[in-house]
Write a protein that binds this ligand. Structure first.
Ligand SMILES: [Zn+2]
Ligand SMILES: [Zn+2]
Length: 278
């Protein structure tokens, strides 16, 4: 975990005595937040300054004793110490909610940047595990909106929390085969249960007219297969990686109803693209 202490991001001292209030009970887990305002991504060098601006807004704008959150996570996955593990947060809605869970906030907007990058989800997970191990805290992972009337943490993090707040899978699309030295199209086809004709049709733009000319390192699309959703992906975006397959077909194959919400970590079946009968 890349953890930046208060001095590391240039935090102002909190006001006493309110900002020094310790937790009054064991924490059940962690509540997930977002900024709820417009947010645009920025170079990591600007993240500490942004955290300072959040603290200034909370202390000077809202009159609170410190930044409200226990920890804040930037889009690059760095975790910034807010009120930390010992001092009660002020973000969950009221005193009893604040006392029951830690508050971890993603630098993510209600507009602008609204989909968490993979690095940020790893950082959120890092912060949650840090709270659990070192707080300590129980295993609950819930949202600001659970038990309090708010849109926080927004649709993307809501899906993520409901999926169990998983770490993003590192694999990327699984419907590819990377050509190794010495392989032939027919050999690859046999290995994946298809025909060289179908592989050639699917990858015509990459391979060209001669099916005998494949080169090591080429990424061949495979017919059908599964795709693990990464943060920020949409059905239509995923469909563009599978020529001949529409996002509607993917939605149908996976029984995803309107408004076609998918969440990071979800495994989608990609329908096989059949070449037209001749
Ligand atoms: Zn919130
Ligand atoms: Zn950053």
């Amino acid at each position: 975990m890349d953890l930046v202490s208060r001095s590391g991001w240039g935090a102002r001292p909190f006001r006493t005595p309110a900002g020094a209030t310790p937790y009054g009970r064991a924490r059940l887990g962690v509540k997930v937040h977002y900024l709820g305002s417009a947010y645009s991504d920025r170079p990591h060098t600007q993240c500490p300054g942004y955290i300072r601006s959040v603290q200034a807004q909370h202390m000077d704008g809202n009159g609170w004793s410190d930044i409200a959150y226990s920890f804040v996570v930037c889009t690059h996955g760095t975790v910034y110490e807010g009120r930390g593990l010992e001092r009660r947060n002020a973000a969950n809605g009221n005193t009893s909610l604040n006392d029951a869970h830690y508050a971890v906030c993603a630098l993510l907007g209600a507009s602008g940047l609204t989909e968490p990058p993979d690095a940020q989800l790893h950082g959120m997970r890092d912060a949650i595990e840090h709270c659990r191990a070192r707080g300590p805290a129980g295993g609950e992972i819930s949202r600001h909106a659970d038990g309090f009337a708010t849109a926080c943490p927004g649709p993307a993090l809501t899906s993520w929390v409901r999926a169990g707040a998983p770490r993003p899978s590192s694999g990327g699309p699984s419907g590819f085969h990377v050509v190794q030295r010495g392989e032939t199209l027919s050999g690859i086809a046999r290995h994946h249960g298809t025909t060289w004709q179908e592989l050639h049709t699917l990858n015509r733009e990459l391979i060209g007219p001669d099916p005998g000319r494949i080169t090591p390192g080429q990424r061949l699309l495979l017919p059908g297969g599964t795709h693990t959703v990464r943060a920020g992906e949409t059905l239509s975006g995923i469909a563009t990686a599978y020529p001949g397959v529409t996002w509607q077909q993917i939605a149908q194959a996976n029984r995803i109803p309107a408004p076609y919400t998918i969440h990071p970590g979800q495994r989608l079946t990609i329908p096989a693209q059949r070449s037209a009968p001749v």
